[in-house]
Design a binder for this molecule. Sequence first.
Ligand code: PEP
Ligand code: MG
Length: 325
Amino acid sequence: RQRRLREIVSRPTRTLDGASISLQANLELPEDVDIARANGAVGVGLYRTEFLYMSRNDLPDEDEHLATYTAMLEDLDGIPITIRTLDLGVDKRADGLTACSSSVCNPALGLRAIRLCLKEPALFRPQLRAILRASALGPVRLMLPLVTNVDEIDTVLSLIEEFKRQLHQQGLAYDDDMPVGAMIEVPAAALSARAIAKRMDFLSIGTNDLVQYTLAVDRLDDSVNYLFDPIHPAILRLIRMTIEAADSAGIPVSMCGEMAGDTHFTRLLLGMGMRELSMQPGAILDVKELILEADTQDLQRRVAALFTQLDDTSPSRLLDALNHA
Ligand code: PEP
Ligand code: MG
């Protein structure tokens, strides 16, 4: 089986009916680039930058951010990378920052991710400027975590414009067309996906948080993990809304939560119209194996039928039927 997987690494990821699927890697550490490449990732769909802030008492400055991104771009050798801005919160802490302390009652609903960055310009500015500067050196996309409304997006876009002007005045290079996208990982964002898609160059669905916030299930609490269900009808509908919003805005949509790398859901996601999936590098070949044997036209028809039955039949039975036919 390992041999079979190795055989498919270099094959293009195309379904039986010729749909091309982009399989990308989620990375947490710069050195993981090698594993992503070894598994044939055609992009980094999610680079989690929290690592830069952990196990230290100070904050990384612009040069340190830039050095990290530059080294990754060199290792990636032309493979595009999506850099997510800082997503510190209760599940990802840093000693040098006092925000998001666990003494807050509901830290998952608190000052984390994009909220924290917008509140603390000293935190956000060096990272945004460094990502812009990195975009002059290779294919870079910038991605915003935990967006809940369009004001946050508009604020970030005007900050980016301001930093572009500064960089220009300082004679520092950046790519004026660097794509900026939003993660859809809060129910409000999925429900507002059309408005978000109008302002963004791409969307990426973060199912780990989308499930947590939609189902009110703490993703870190083992006592409720039996409720953590990516195929709850509510989740499926939010995913579908997000895909439709991106399609009608004419922008790409990907998925970078764990659901994307779970082979139980590969046929379902193809049938829902997903064409870009980002996952831990070790999952890429297993997902690819299923894609090579899939027919998207057929799956799309069957998933449309599955949606009409969501209120009457358990989603797991519908999924079983989809996976075993
Ligand atoms: C997610 O929430 O699905 C996601 C990809 O982000 P993270 O797991 O880093 O919160
Ligand atoms: Mg998340």
